[in-house]
Ligand binder design. Structure first.
Ligand code: UTP
Length: 229
């Protein structure tokens, strides 16, 4: 199970065409070995741009969330069409609930989805899908190398972790609340709560480094933070 941060599709990612080609290659190999994959794709720049555009006009967080969800589904559509084109058994629709995704995973090797309901981010969707499919872990591919105790862009003394407990991670990200649409934390605190309740291991890594993602998917050593019970 993997959550792909939508920012991984952003133009700033150098050679994103190569990144996408390698992603397809990795997924093709994993499914050939008999493993099914659920991919949950974040909203990235379309989500941020669209939410910023209408924030002065819309104060309702749930309404802004719906715009963010539409962006996640756009990005999910991009990924699933690329996988279908590559001949990988991938569901041709983007499910809008965990229940539908779980049932589609019986028929396809790969199911790609975006957001579901207002009130959380795709991190929480990925963790819920991992739980619902009895996955061994949930990979959160983002654009930081590891989890830090504070924002490394603002604090030069920020400390990174190779491993953490789920409770340690909760202390870093805070209580399970969703105040603002498009607000970004290293992992959605609502998803962390879900991981705690279900004792779900999280692998948090920099998905821009495609080999990192590959190693984590294959169960090998990777650069990032392992968060376990
Ligand atoms: P993302 O999952 O991309 O969240 O969803 P994010 O953490 O803000 O962005 P990244 O991961 O750093 O790129 C974008 C926005 O869409 C809404 C939320 O407002 C979220 O911030 N959303 C997404 C939902 O309301 N529900 C969902 O299931 C998914």
């Amino acid at each position: 199970m993997a959550a792909l941060g939508g920012s991984l599709l952003r133009p700033e990612i150098v050679m994103r065409e190569i990144w996408l080609t390698e992603l397809v290659d990795i997924i093709g190999k994993i499914v050939n070995n008999g493993t099914k994959i659920g991919l949950v794709v974040g909203g990235g720049s379309p989500a941020r741009e669209s939410i910023d555009l209408v924030k002065p006009l819309i104060s309702n967080v749930g309404a802004l969330d719906k715009i963010g969800i539409a962006a996640t589904r756009l990005n999910a559509t991009i990924i699933k069409e690329v996988l279908i084109e590559a001949g990988i058994s991938t569901c041709s629709t983007v499910p809008d609930s965990i229940e539908v995704a779980v049932s589609l995973m019986m028929d396809f090797d790969v199911v790609v989805m975006g957001g579901t309901q207002p009130g959380h981010t795709t991190d929480n969707v990925a963790i819920k899908l991992a739980v619902a499919t009895n996955s061994s872990k949930c990979i959160i591919a983002t654009n930081v190398s590891k989890v830090y105790d504070k924002d490394p862009r603002k604090n030069s003394d920020a400390r990174s972790f190779d491993s953490l407990s789920l409770f340690d991670l909760q202390n870093i990200v805070g209580p399970p609340e969703h105040f603002r649409a498009g607000d970004s934390q290293v992992v959605d605190p609502i998803g962390v709560e879900c991981a705690i309740v279900n004792k779900m291991e999280l692998n948090i890594l920099d998905g821009r480094k495609i080999n990192n993602l590959k190693n984590s998917m294959e169960g090998s050593n990777f650069e990032g933070t392992i968060v376990s019970w």
